[in-house]
Design a binder for this molecule. Sequence first.
Ligand code: SF4
Ligand code: SF4
Length: 143
Amino acid sequence: MYSRIYVLRFPKETSDKPMICKLVKEYDVEFNILKATILPQCEGIMVIELIGHKKNVRASLDYLKGLGVVTEALSTIIRRDENRCFQCGACTGICPTHALYIERETMAVLFEPDKCTGCGLCVTTCPVRAMEVSLLQTVNSFG
Ligand code: SF4
Ligand code: SF4
């Protein structure tokens, strides 16, 4: 499953069109709106997380672009607060890239940032919020 946060910039002609609900119905892409500023007859901006198969997310972005929406992926960086982490291991089962894993010899929960895609699944799984997400500058429309 692919998950990424995007910034969508809507031209004023599209600000009153129900485009986002079509992402679920026609592209099987779930969404989570993190921030939205859309005024009637004005340009709008939305920060949204898109979740689904990568090809479906790509198709949904192509759909939005076809309507004049400018899309930019947000680069994310994940950090672990070592003072909070109590090594419960709950995050290791959910991490799709094994950036979080249990080292068998020591049974320690390790985090390898180089393997992390920034999907954010561990952030909501961790019971003590030891995994933190920071949003960086926009990068490209699909990554
Ligand atoms: S954000 Fe968390 S769950 Fe997702 S790849 Fe990185 S460490 Fe794994
Ligand atoms: S779920 Fe949180 S507390 Fe548990 S091992 Fe992972 S980061 Fe540490």
